[in-house]
Ligand binder design. Structure first.
Ligand code: DHB
Ligand code: FE
Length: 279
């Protein structure tokens, strides 16, 4: 039987890619953020996942405003990285796990979700940056990828309740997968940030702490806010917390936090890094 080893959550600010490229991890601006990662490296070395099911949002690379799936699941054998305009170096491509992707898709449809299935998909900074942070010395990624995209970009967005339910459906899929893979869930983006408009630069540490304090023990608490509440509380891009909520759902009914780092700001973002294990 496959084993869910835990979940890794982190912000995916593109500027982190520049900091890694320059070797700025010990620079006073970056150090408090990068200091959250030795524990992640230790944990990954101990739990040794070989598949990552990643919940993230596309930033205009695969899907633009003309075509915007609410939920999209990759089912490709390989996923190339591309940069949708940040000037980031190009990162390693990912090996997919099409059989597991289709198993997840079948469970989602069985549970009355209607995902777009993508046999071709590029990955942007929302996946590459968390991987560069997690596996800084890797020559190739040590895990296969099952990417699940959530629309956090163009309204109407799915509710937090719907994203938690999506994650729980993915959990059912993983629990019935007959392979012997060691699976890590990953949620990327957030926490509070707003990149544009009158509130550009908005950060809300109180809401972030509410999310961090409840995500492991009581994720349903995060579903009490509507999408418009979350935009108000977390900022227009802070809604990326939906990716975290879905990944938490996929981890299973009971979870405990084993690591947390929270630092304001990295670029425009309240940056957080969390590890959880099934409890
Ligand atoms: C920033 C944060 C993001 O989540 C993103 O996708 C792009 C930029 C930022 O804070 O700069
Ligand atoms: Fe983002």
């Amino acid at each position: 039987m496959a084993e869910i080893v835990g979940a890794y959550f982190t912000s995916h600010v593109p500027a982190i890619g520049g900091a890694i490229h320059r070797g700025d991890q010990q620079d006073p601006y970056w150090k408090p953020f990068f200091d959250g990662f030795p524990k992640v490296h230790e944990w990954l070395a101990a739990v040794k996942p070989d598949v990552a099911v990643v919940f993230s949002n596309d930033h205009g690379l695969n899907f633009f405003l003309d075509k915007m799936p609410t939920f999209a699941v990759g089912a490709a054998a390989e996923y190339a990285n591309a940069d949708e305009g940040w000037g980031l170096p190009l990162y390693k491509s990912f090996q997919g796990h099409p059989a597991l992707s289709w198993h997840v898709i079948e469970q989602l449809v069985e549970d009355e979700f209607d995902p777009v299935t993508c046999q071709q998909m590029l990955v942007d900074h929302a996946i590459s940056i968390p991987f560069e942070l997690a596996y800084p010395d890797a020559r190739e990624w040590p895990v296969k990828l099952v990417p699940i995209g959530i629309n956090t970009v163009q309204h109407p967005l799915p509710s937090a309740k719907r994203c938690l339910a999506l994650g729980r459906s993915v959990h059912r899929a993983l629990a019935s997968w007959a392979g012997d893979e060691r699976i890590v869930l990953i949620g990327t983006g957030g926490l509070s940030h707003q990149l544009d408009g009158a509130r550009a630069g908005f950060i809300n540490a109180d809401y972030d702490r509410f999310c961090l304090d409840h995500l492991a023990s009581d994720p349903d608490a995060l579903t009490g806010h509507s999408i418009h509440d979350i935009v108000r509380l977390a900022g227009t891009q802070g809604v990326e917390v939906l990716n975290w909520i879905a990944a938490r759902g996929a981890l299973g009914p009971a979870a405990r936090e084993v690591h947390r780092n929270y630092h304001i700001p990295i670029s425009n973002t309240a940056a957080a890094t969390v590890l959880m294990e099934p409890a």
